[in-house]
Each structure stands twice: as structure tokens, then as C-alpha cells.
Design a protein around this ligand. Structure first.
Ligand code: C5P
Length: 402
């Protein structure tokens, strides 16, 4: 989840509402994630929530203030506090009961009052028994909230605490966190359609072996998450990787360079921007067997023949329309800037992100990157070694300035 760890939320304030569900303990982890991003968190626990988890746990993990009920604090206006100081309010887990109270504008407890008075973005992540979630009353209440602009993080399917199976489990913390961060982020990429490639490619040469590289996809996952938070409509064409992305990011999973090429060719005409950071194999081995290649067929070793793969970035650059922007990456061990400048030109790019490979704090499988940015306007800027999250955020900043 550290690919969502963007460092630009310092000083933002989130008010966390916790209601009476067995999933209430997961709000503690959510609190830790938010605090880890330097976000100031306050919390309000309903009476039922306090049957599952104690306010003290929230205090111990850095929430302040932690409110327990309408007439239980020193501040007579604690029901209005979030509306005055918080940038976002999030209720996780949200029971059927609190969803009903919100839908009907009830102000019968502290948390409902706070939600009613809150004018900023409200994120609601339900958790309840599947039958309660499927009940017509809950469905209607939920629809009302969504129609009003509440940011809903729908529950997941699986086995509930009671043993019943169906939809009702609290959503993944990544999904809740991402929606909160999105609510806090600037919307300077609002509505932009952005194609992002990332991850390695796999080129199979028999039924059990492939040719690949050590890319994990982290840089592209950070770029995709950052663009999504800033309002873009992101399509990610990605090779095998383990990074979670929000459901509303269209994710097209591919393996080979040819599959990635085909997907990108189809998508590109409809895009505003492309950011291609996949580590595409330049060559693919010719398959040497239909099934598994057997040792007995080549006791003294064997040779693989390689064929060139399509250069996806170059082909998009060739078909780039004047209102489209294209960003490429250059991973080089030597002559980084000369090579990057040549690629900026030859692939008809607007920007190229040059990063050094062959060192532990940059390139493949590293959480940080040493980047020099070059663009068509002549900008050449070397950044200090940065977490890939921060680098991704700055790449979009730079592109918006171009
Ligand atoms: O020419 P080179 O492979 O170094 O260029 C790297 C850039 O080109 C990266 O942005 C990479 O995603 C892209 N690329 C591509 N298709 C290839 C090879 C690289 O899109 N076959």
C-alpha cells in the first residue's frame, strides 16, 4: 500500500466516524495509515462502536480529539467541529443504522449531527450482514447518499463474521484510504483521459519459461494512483504486477509486448495523455517448443533466437495528435541524458523521465528513483533521490506546467 503514500497531504485534516460493527477495529489501521501520511485525524465513536473498540485505542494512535457522544465532551459545539476544521469526513465502518440516519438527515447522535453539518467530501464505507446490505431499505438509503454526492466505498463479498456469505464486508483499507486521499487531492487532471503502461513484459519461449526483467511496476502504479486522485480517467495497461489500484482505474492486464502494443494502439486515439513506463522487452525469444523444452533434446545446451518487439512508445509518438501529450521513460546505466534527449526527439515525446538503473536507490524494484526530467521546451531538471510516490506526483506537476 506504500504506493499510495503520497507526501502532499501534510496538514490536511480528516474526521473519522466509527460505528458499531465488528469491523470497527479496522478503523485503527485506517487511522495509522492516515497519520502516517501526516494527516491530522479526529475521531467520533458512536455508543455502539464503543462496545466493539475503545476510544483510548484511537487516542493512543494519534487521533485528536476522540469524541464519545453528544454531551460527553467539554466543547459544547463538538457536533460542528468537523465542519469547521476538517477537509474530509469518513465513516468507516458505517452500519445500516448510520446509513439510514444519514439518508434521513437525522441528528440524533453526535456522528449523525457532524455528518449533517459537514459540507466537505463525505466518504462512507459500509459494513454489515449481507442480508442487511441487500435489504430494500438499505439499498434505497444507500442510493440516496450516492445521489447526494456522498463518496461510497461499497462493501466486499465474502464470509461475514456471523458465518453468512455475501456482500457486506468492509471494503479493503486501500480502497477507503484512496477515496479519502482523492477527496483531499487537487483536481488539476480532472476528466483527462490518461493511458499509463507499467510493469514488465513476459515473453514465453516454451510452455513453462519466459524472458522478462526485474520491473515490479511500482513507478507506473504510483503514476496511475496519483493521476486518479487528481481527477484523471486512468487506463492502465500493465504487465504482471502486484500493485492494487482503485476499481475505477480501467486495468488491462497483458503479458507480452505484442499484447501491450495492441491494447495501446486501440486506446491511444481516444486519450489526452500517455505515460509509458512499462519495461518492455525490446526482443522476444522465438518459441523453442510447443510444450516444455526437454533437456534430453539439447544435452550440450541450446540457443534462443530473438525477434524485435514493436516499440510501443514510438508508434504512439508517430500517431500523436497536436492536443495529445506523451511521456516516456529512459532507463539507462550509462550516458543517461544523451540517450534520453535522443529518445525525446526520435519518439516524438513531450517529456522524458530519465532514470538511472544499476544502483540500489533507483530504477527496477527500488522504492525510490533518481530522475532527470527533460521536456520538449528544453527543461532539464535533476531531482534528488525521491520516493517513487513523490516523483510520480512531481511528474504530473511538471506535465501540467508544460
Ligand atoms: O528505447 P527504450 O526502450 O529505452 O525506451 C524506453 C521507453 O520506451 C519507456 O517509456 C518504455 O515504456 C517505452 N518502450 C515501449 N516499447 C518498447 C520499448 C520501450 O513502449 N518496445
Amino acid at each position: 500500500m506504500d504506493h499510495l503514500h503520497f507526501p502532499c497531504f501534510l496538514g490536511k485534516r480528516v474526521h473519522l466516524g466509527i460505528t458499531g460493527s465488528i469491523a470497527a477495529f479496522r478503523a485503527l489501521e485506517l487511522l495509522r495509515l492516515l497519520v502516517g501520511l501526516d494527516i491530522q485525524v479526529s475521531a467520533a465513536l458512536t455508543e455502539a462502536a464503543q462496545q466493539f473498540i475503545r476510544p483510548l485505542s484511537f487516542e493512543a494512535l494519534g487521533a485528536s480529539p476522540v469524541q464519545r457522544g453528544m454531551f460527553q465532551g467539554e466543547d459544547p459545539f463538538q457536533h460542528l467541529e468537523p465542519s469547521h476544521v476538517s477537509d474530509c469526513m469518513a465513516i468507516a465502518p458505517a452500519t445500516a443504522d448510520v446509513i439510514s440516519r444519514l439518508a434521513h438527515g437525522m441528528a440524533s447522535d453526535l456522528l449523525s449531527c457532524q455528518a449533517l453539518a459537514f459540507r466537505g467530501p463525505l466518504v462512507v464505507a459500509p459494513a454489515m450482514n449481507p442480508a442487511m446490505w441487500a435489504a430494500p431499505a438499505t439499498k434505497e438509503n444507500w442510493k440516496k447518499l450516492l445521489d447526494r454526492g456522498v463518496i461510497g466505498v461499497a462493501p466486499e463479498s465474502g464470509q461475514a463474521a456471523c458465518g453468512d456469505t455475501g456482500q457486506g464486508r468492509l471494503a479493503k483499507l486501500e480502497a477507503i484510504l484512496a477515496e479519502i486521499l482523492k477527496a483531499l487531492a487537487p483536481k488539476d487532471l480532472d476528466g483527462k483521459k490518461i493511458l499509463i503502461t507499467f510493469g514488465p513484459t513476459r515473453e514465453w519461449f516454451d510452455s513453462v519459461r519466459y524472458w522478462t526483467n526485474p520491473s515490479t511496476g511500482r513507478m507506473g502504479a504510483c503514476l496511475a494512483a496519483a493521476a486518479w486522485m487528481r481527477g484523471a480517467r486512468v487506463t492502465a495497461v500493465c504487465g504482471p504486477n502486484a500493485f492494487w489500484l482503485p476499481e475505477s482505474v480501467e486495468r488491462i492486464e497483458v503479458e507480452s509486448a505484442s499484447q501491450m502494443h495492441q491494447a495501446c494502439q486501440e486506446l491511444w486515439p481516444d486519450m489526452d495523455m500517455g505515460c509509458l513506463c512499462a519495461a518492455v522487452a525490446d526482443y522476444r525469444p522465438k518459441p523453442c517448443a510447443d510444450a516444455k523444452f526437454k533437456k534430453r533434446n539439447a544435452p550440450d545446451g541450446f540457443e534462443l533466437k530473438f525477434t524485435p518487439n514493436p516499440d510501443i512508445l514510438k508508434s504512439l509518438g508517430k500517431n500523436k495528435k497536436p492536443d495529445q501529450m506523451l511521456v516516456g521513460f529512459a532507463a539507462e546505466a550509462v550516458d543517461l541524458l544523451d540517450n534520453a534527449a535522443a529518445k525525446l526527439e526520435s519518439k516524438n515525446l513531450d517529456m522524458i523521465v530519465a532514470n538511472q538503473v544499476g544502483r540500489s536507490d533507483s530504477g527496477f524494484a527500488s522504492a525510490t528513483n533518481a530522475i532527470t526530467l527533460l521536456d520538449r521546451a528544453g527543461r532539464r531538471e535533476t531531482w534528488p533521490v525521491l520516493p517513487k510516490t513523490e516523483a510520480a506526483w512531481k511528474i504530473w506537476d511538471a506535465l501540467l506546467q508544460l
